[in-house]
Design a protein around this ligand. Structure first.
Ligand SMILES: [Zn+2]
Length: 105
């Protein structure tokens, strides 16, 4: 098994976790509101927070999917901006990184 295959397996696992999390968040948002109007205000505030969390999770899902796509296309670990190899330490910390440290900062 190559290192890239390991990374891919890790990303697949993360994608599954994230997808499950998004599903739970969306189910909670879709849950019917309480009849009590005071409860409704609390739930509306919760839903707003949940929607924000959902958006973050969806963004991460897209980033992880894109990273898997780059692995499959054979150019994983290359900076999308300058084409240089992204430092292994950076990829270890952020497997879905699309840019090298120089371009990202
Ligand atoms: Zn770069």
């Amino acid at each position: 098994m190559t290192a890239t295959a390991d990374v891919r397996a890790e990303l697949e696992q993360r994608l599954a976790d994230l997808t499950a999390r998004a599903g739970r968040i969306e189910a909670e948002i879709a849950a019917p509101m309480d009849a009590d109007s005071e409860e409704q205000a609390t739930e509306a505030a919760d839903d707003t927070a949940l929607a924000g969390e959902d958006a973050l999770v969806l963004k991460e899902i897209a980033a992880v999917r894109a990273a898997i796509g780059r692995i499959d296309a054979g150019h994983y670990g290359q900076c999308l901006s300058c084409g240089a190899d992204i430092a292994p330490a950076r990829l270890a910390a952020l497997p879905e990184a699309t840019m090298c440290m120089d371009c990202a900062t």
